[in-house]
Design a protein around this ligand. Structure first.
Ligand SMILES: [Zn+2]
Length: 235
């Protein structure tokens, strides 16, 4: 069931060109095309062994993932973060420390603090931001715009944070998926080390095999959207 790396390389060549619909609130939920690519994204890590297990599962299938990480975790788990980068997974910005939705910081410094953390670690920072809980306020949107980033949400999720049945989780993801989909899963919980996401990890093989059976190839978000995933212009 391994997806050939050659197929991923072809995807890199053919998806260049920025194919997405930018919504009025400056967010993207999926690639606006009918080509057979999707992106698997994980929120709320890094989360130690759970993140590692998710990444290793993807790698067994030759699939790169996109990890929207809570940025302080890359400082606390630098080897894991580096490992993800070394194995070809994409890191993206899911805030600095995942504040509650009622956050009253009018400048919403979560975006820039996270970018500074990435830049300090790698000399580059992500171009994609996903707000905690997907909640976009005008303060969040203004901060994303100041940072020159894009907000990327999703069009395929299955409440994996509360699902306890891996097969049912996989089935719900596969029911909704379509060419261009951005799939949302969670390898952590609000950046808390040790959070239990075993059901999500257990569902991954069925999700990956189901995608393959449908002729859909998972690629990184930057490949899916045709936009570079990192920039050295980190504000
Ligand atoms: Zn989150």
């Amino acid at each position: 069931m391994r997806i050939a790396l050659a197929a991923v390389a072809v995807a890199l060549l053919t998806v260049a060109g920025g194919r997405f619909l930018l919504r009025a609130d400056a967010s993207i939920t999926h690639a606006a095309d009918t080509r057979p690519f999707v992106a698997i994204t994980f929120d709320d890590g890094l989360n130690g062994e759970t993140t590692r297990a998710a990444a290793e599962t993807l790698e067994r299938y030759g699939v790169p993932g996109t990890f929207f990480v809570v940025a302080h975790t890359i400082t606390e788990q630098p080897e894991l973060a580096q490992r993800l980068r070394d194995r070809g997974h994409l890191l993206a910005n899911h805030s600095y420390d995942h504040p509650r939705a009622g956050n009253t910081d009018l400048r919403y410094t979560q975006v820039s603090r996270a970018q500074a953390t990435f830049f300090g670690a790698y000399g580059e920072c992500p171009t994609f931001f996903r707000p905690p809980w997907g909640v976009q306020t005008r303060f969040v949107n203004a901060a994303v715009k100041r940072a020159g980033m894009l907000t990327v949400l999703w069009d395929d999720e299955a409440d994996d944070w509360e699902e306890k049945d891996a097969q049912r989780l996989a089935a719900h993801i596969l029911e909704q998926v379509r060419p261009g989909s951005v799939i949302l899963l969670h390898d952590g919980e609000d950046g808390i080390l040790g959070a239990d996401r075993s059901t999500t990890v257990a569902a991954l093989p069925a999700i990956l095999e189901g995608l393959q059976a449908r002729g859909l190839t998972p690629v990184r978000l930057d490949t899916l959207l045709g936009i570079p995933g990192y920039t050295k212009d980190c504000g």
